[in-house]
Design a protein around this ligand. Structure first.
Ligand code: PGA
Length: 250
């Protein structure tokens, strides 16, 4: 079953007021591709202005705290993201799993908090280079999924998974189509086992050095239902050819 593709940009720690024009350009150009869902996950401090600038275009956060509120200095709750105008959030990005030492259990709690508030979630998983070289990429990612997948009974909001090999993020290196197919197939199986009747419809995005030059090949891989794009999402000039490739892939 071919799912509608989702191409989400992850701006990471990039973006100032001046860059709102780029968000507007991406939103305007995306309206030419109704056959693709497009979203941008921007720094928290830009969410409200971005959401006002591009009404109806999905703006998301890049992380969320699992608690509803409380003494958590510097953190942002799911309701705060919603209140600012976000409709989705990334959770469990490898940069946070690494630098903020986020565990699978924390990622799961974040996903449940976000879904419980009605925010869609892009939940990231992915292996380190040594793990792939040892031939343990698939079991490692499945174990991450087992620890981080939310209890779907919490919400009707959308859950998507992003498979992002850590060694492919920002490096220009990309797994082969057959490596992506193997991993996405294994993730699909886990999702259908875990969420009977629903797992088939959960979009599985690929992330890690997606560019205009490789997007079409990646979107042609079975069970690749879109992309999570970092560096190439910062400008409409790089991002829109990726959206166009997703449209071409049907
Ligand atoms: P990249 O980042 O496209 O710059 O490799 C992807 C990501 O980290 O989501």
């Amino acid at each position: 079953m071919a799912l509608k593709k989702l191409v989400a940009g992850n701006w990471k720690m990039h973006g100032l007021s001046n860059d709102l024009a780029e968000i507007e350009a991406i939103a305007a150009a995306s309206s030419e591709y109704p056959e693709v869902d497009v979203a941008l996950c921007v720094p928290a401090i830009l969410i409200e202005r971005a959401a006002r600038a591009v009404p109806g275009f999905p703006i998301g956060g890049q992380d969320v705290h699992h608690a509803e509120k409380g003494a958590h200095t510097g953190c942002i709750s799911a309701r705060m993201l919603l209140d600012a105008g976000a409709v989705l959030t990334i959770v469990g990005h490898s940069e946070r799993r690494d630098a903020q030492r986020e565990s699978d259990a924390e990622v799961r709690a974040k996903a449940e908090a976000a879904l419980g508030c009605g925010l869609s979630v892009i939940l990231c998983v992915g292996e380190m280079l040594e793990v792939r070289e040892q031939g343990a990429a698939v079991p490692t990612v499945l174990a991450q999924l087992d620890g981080s997948l939310p209890d779907r009974s919490t919400s009707d909001a959308e859950l998507a998974i992003a498979y992002e090999p850590v060694w492919a993020i920002g490096t220009g290196k990309v797994p082969t189509p057959s490596e992506i197919a193997e991993m996405h197939g294994a993730i699909r199986k886990r999702l259908t086992d875990r969420y009977p009747g629903e797992g088939e419809r959960i979009r599985i995005l690929y992330g890690g050095s997606v560019k205009p030059s490789n997007a079409a090949e990646i979107f042609a891989v079975p069970n690749v239902d879109g992309a999570l794009v970092g560096g190439a999402s910062l400008s409409a000039g790089d991002f829109m050819p990726i959206v166009a490739a997703a449209a071409g892939a049907g």
